[in-house]
Design a protein around this ligand. Structure first.
Ligand code: FAD
Ligand code: MLT
Ligand code: ZN
Length: 561
């Protein structure tokens, strides 16, 4: 992708002539988060080499961090069968004997504990289940045989993709079988005229995108977990990501799916057609179903041409009001080339800085920062537009300071200040994560009100001796989609924090007709709060659909609705 080095001097010139701007030259730095993460023995997601989740070091074998212990109100459903050696023998007869197809902790729990651990623990290390069996089918037929057997024998199943979900949906609560899609990772077809890609559900997002890049196309979804998450997981969570503003939701780009219902029926809806008005559009039900009605096995998706030119700018702003004005200007002036508009507050950036130790992109600090990306087909046209935009927002006093990526490395470095927030927060301890949609004008107020509430409760303080359990209350997110990520960074899990936050946050959102989950889904974390965003009638209909597709309730129990 070509960047426009000549734009930086334009910005420098503006920086010198505009009184509100910093006098320092722009200096985006490469974040060292990946190296820091590796040194700390944790996950790292932003690399160009996809990293399988299984490489994550195992967590300790015993402890009080099991979901079933942390949330004693959750009770194992007695209708579900307990796994026996006979069940395992049956699965071996279906999948073969090797460890790549099956991890068996039923025969010898101790011996399998380390291998099972990554499938029991979620990315945040907040939820931890007790599965004794991981099945890794290699074909749709095997998925079908597994599910039919589980359904007949009342064995509960958790479908698992890259296990990067942030709401506890991808790991078991009790002893549910984990059905890992990691062996179904092939790209099956690509039509380089229409841009239609067909792949198995276990294909890693970044692998799909790299395959497309080599052919001049781009996957219409991008997110910080791209090196680990699967296409099937992306569809199942209806992931939004960094460029929804440009490429739209998966509800629009997905053309078809193949899925398997709990009774083993294969749903063949793998259409490659853009238009198909023949009956109910049932694939839409699987997009965002979080593994509760069946297992997605294949995906067909419409991919756009990869933009020939891409630019990234990073701005400092003095208030949230300024950020809104910048967004309005960006839409108006950059229109068809605008591909991302992301918001970060100073608190979130300070935490990234603390974890990475990297030099910050701007010389001075500001209450808010925005990252703007443009993607277009004509580099000269795009840079002209961006220059004009920068000049205008600076002249109007909307932007206080700014820098522009001069090459691909700097572009990635600037993105890392946004994409690296999740991982940085994870390094600092426990995080309460809220992923919400709120009308734009009121969006950041939620962070301020929450911060004030936590402070009033005496829980907030970034003190060296760690007296206060909450280190910071920060906000960032996809401003272009009115999607805020409110995160409460804690030193330790303290039940007092949760009581202060919930249901306060949900009530706040409901009062403004917002959504308690914009993109991460419900999983276990938000299941009981769905009523804050959906009416009783809607939840009733959802339960009917769940009952129709999964009458015995074996698919991802204890989650969703
Ligand atoms: P998993 O975590 O394995 O599973 C998620 C859910 O889908 C579970 O309920 C699981 O049961 C179900 N599931 C998985 N595969 C299948 C299948 N084949 N069939 C049926 N059900 C299935 N999310 C966003 O929306 N936007 C972001 O910008 C974003 N950024 C992230 C950044 C980081 C650093 C991290 C760690 C996460 C981020 N996420 C984001 C959340 C997460 O990555 C996405 O939700 C992703 O789509 C999950 O994919 P996965 O393969 O890891 O699914
Ligand atoms: C993001 O936008 O960074 C992701 O949704 C993850 C998060 O909320 O931290
Ligand atoms: Zn997000």
């Amino acid at each position: 992708m070509a960047c426009r080095p000549q734009l930086t001097p334009v910005l420098r010139r503006l920086a010198r002539t505009t009184s509100e701007l910093s006098r320092q030259a722009p200096r985006p730095q490469v974040l060292s988060l990946t190296r820091t993460a590796a040194a700390a023995g944790s996950r790292s997601l932003g690399s160009s080499q996809p990293r399988p989740f299984q490489h994550t070091p195992a967590r300790r074998k015993d402890g009080d961090d099991f979901t079933s212990i942390k949330y004693p109100e959750l009770k194992r459903d007695g209708r579900f069968g307990r796994l026996t050696l006979d069940h395992v023998a049956h699965f071996r007869s279906l999948l073969g004997d090797s460890n790549s197809a099956l991890i068996d902790g039923v025969a010898n729990a101790e011996a399998a504990a380390d291998d099972l651990e990554p499938f029991n623990s979620d990315w945040m290390r907040k939820y931890r289940g007790h599965t004794q069996l991981v099945l890794k089918p290699a074909s749709t037929t095997e998925v079908s045989q597994i599910l039919k057997y589980c359904n007949d024998n009342m064995l509960a199943v958790v479908p698992q993709g890259g296990n990067t979900g942030l709401v506890g949906g991808s790991v078991p609560v009790f002893d549910e079988i984990v059905l890992s899609m990691s062996r179904m990772s092939q790209i099956l077809e690509f039509d380089d005229v229409s841009g239609t890609l067909v792949a198995e559900a276990g294909c890693i997002l970044e692998v799909a995108d790299q395959y497309l890049a080599a052919r001049g196309y781009i996957f219409p979804l991008d997110l910080g977990a791209k090196g680990s998450c699967h296409l099937g997981g992306n569809l199942s969570t209806n992931a939004g990501g960094l460029r929804l503003l440009r490429y739209g939701s998966l509800h629009g780009t997905v053309l078809g799916i193949e899925a398997v219902l709990p009774d083993g029926t294969v749903v063949d809806d793998l259409s490659r057609l853009r238009k198909n008005n023949t009956g109910y559009d049932l694939k839409q039900l699987f997009i965002g179903a979080e593994g509760t009605i069946g297992v997605i096995t294949k995906v067909s998706i419409q991919c756009p041409q990869r933009p020939a030119a891409q630019n990234v700018a990073f701005f400092g702003l003095e208030s949230y009001e300024h950020a809104q004005r910048a967004f309005r200007e960006a839409k108006g002036q950059l229109s068809e080339i605008l591909s991302a508009f992301e918001l970060m507050d100073e608190g979130s950036q300070a935490l990234v800085h603390r974890v990475t130790g990297s030099k910050r992109p701007l010389e001075s600090t500001h209450p808010f920062y925005c990252l703007i990306e443009t993607s277009g087909s004509n580099a000269d046209h795009d840079s002209e537009k961006l220059s004009a935009f920068l000049e205008s927002v600076m002249d109007k006093g909307i932007v206080a300071d700014g820098t522009l990526a001069q090459d691909e490395t700097q572009l990635r470095a600037l993105w890392a200040w946004r994409e690296g927030i999740t991982e940085a927060l994870g390094h600092l301890g426990g995080v309460f994560k809220y992923d919400v949609s709120i009308p734009l004008a009121q969006m950041y107020q939620l962070v301020e009100d929450t911060r004030a509430r936590v402070a009033e409760a005496g829980l907030l303080g970034d003190d060296a001796d760690g007296t206060h359990p909450v280190r910071a209350v920060v906000g960032y997110g996809h401003m272009g989609d009115s999607n805020l990520h409110l995160n409460i960074s804690t030193r330790r899990f303290d039940p007092r924090i949760e009581k202060v936050l919930e249901p306060f946050v949900y009530e706040w959102i409901a009062q403004r007709q917002g959504s308690i989950s914009a993109e991460h889904g419900l999983g276990l974390a938000k299941k009981k709060y769905i009523g804050y965003s959906r009416s009783e009638g809607m939840v009733g209909l959802m339960k009917q659909i769940k009952g129709l597709y999964d009458p015995r309730g074996i698919m991802n129990p204890y989650k969703y609705i």
